[in-house]
Design a protein around this ligand. Sequence first.
Ligand SMILES: [Zn+2]
Length: 370
Amino acid sequence: MQPMALRVFFSLLALTLFGACTAPGPDPLACDSSALATALSQSIRAKDQSGFEANFARSTVGQRLAKQWFNNLTELNDVSFAALPGGDKLKVTWSVEGSRQPSVHTIAPRMVRVGERTLIMELFDAENPPIWIYGQITVSNNKVGTLIASERVSDDQAKVWVKRMAAAVVAIQKVKMGDLNADWNQQLVVELPRDTHEYQRLVNMDPVISSAATECESGAIRIVINPASLEVPDQVGEALMLHEAVHASTSSPCLDTGALWASEGLAEWVTASQYKSTATSNQTIVETYLVRHGVPASLPVDAAFAGDKDDVAAAYALSQFAVQVAVDKLGEEEALAVVGKLSRSKDGAAPEMLSDLTSWYQAALKKLSK
Ligand SMILES: [Zn+2]
């Protein structure tokens, strides 16, 4: 073979073996992820389905991905793609009505060069994937925010969770959180993924111990519900939503770098104030803890939230107890301001205040254990 033909042959061989582009450069088989990103952005903005699908390989996998993404992305707002340095990953930005900020994700499509164009063949697993890369989503906006539900969520289930969003928004509006949630738009963005595996991929948490999580996606806040909790009894579902909604309203996953007991205690205290079942079950957990371990030497440490299921439940219940004690001593407004500062930063409150909180907490637990 002539050198050029030989080169094309080996490039085609590489393509057959690896099914992907050569490294970016002058090679005729090099991928151009910038051109791909521009073509994806323009066609989705124009809602041009055939133009969008033309960016995907003609294979069954490629075309299925094209149709799924087109359907999903046309339900979202302000979608744009950009190439990332290295040429093998794309940054995708998207938004929904209830969100204060756009979400930004990095996705890793397997690309191929066909003629002048760079096409998507399939998707590698993303590090921090958006919900819409997995299956079909439905996006519904209402006055309390946006629900993004997978195709496995029925209309009736979606309605139930929207009701829970509304109840959580109303409950939070009654709490004196001051500056902590002053920027909140009074809306929630909630995702209901397809299965526990997908939940795990979205929130990076063990689905056995986590019923729901509130995520920070480059500034955008998302409450993600574990599908294992989709059919929980109503009050459990409402309490679950309210706990996460407190985190969402205070932008906790984006801003909190302080003590976990403060972030979790605040969310759990608001929930226990609204739902007697949460208050009762946390009280029982605290009493059981005291019988087994006695009065703890300190406020719950961060590591206590990562133990086994019982330890974690105790950490939440004790944190709620600590916030309740602060409210009893300082009044709601001042106590929540102090707890809020401690949730934002480990040295968010004066050392004397922290030592007061600790001794009030221990004294109240001692009284309870008598
Ligand atoms: Zn929490």
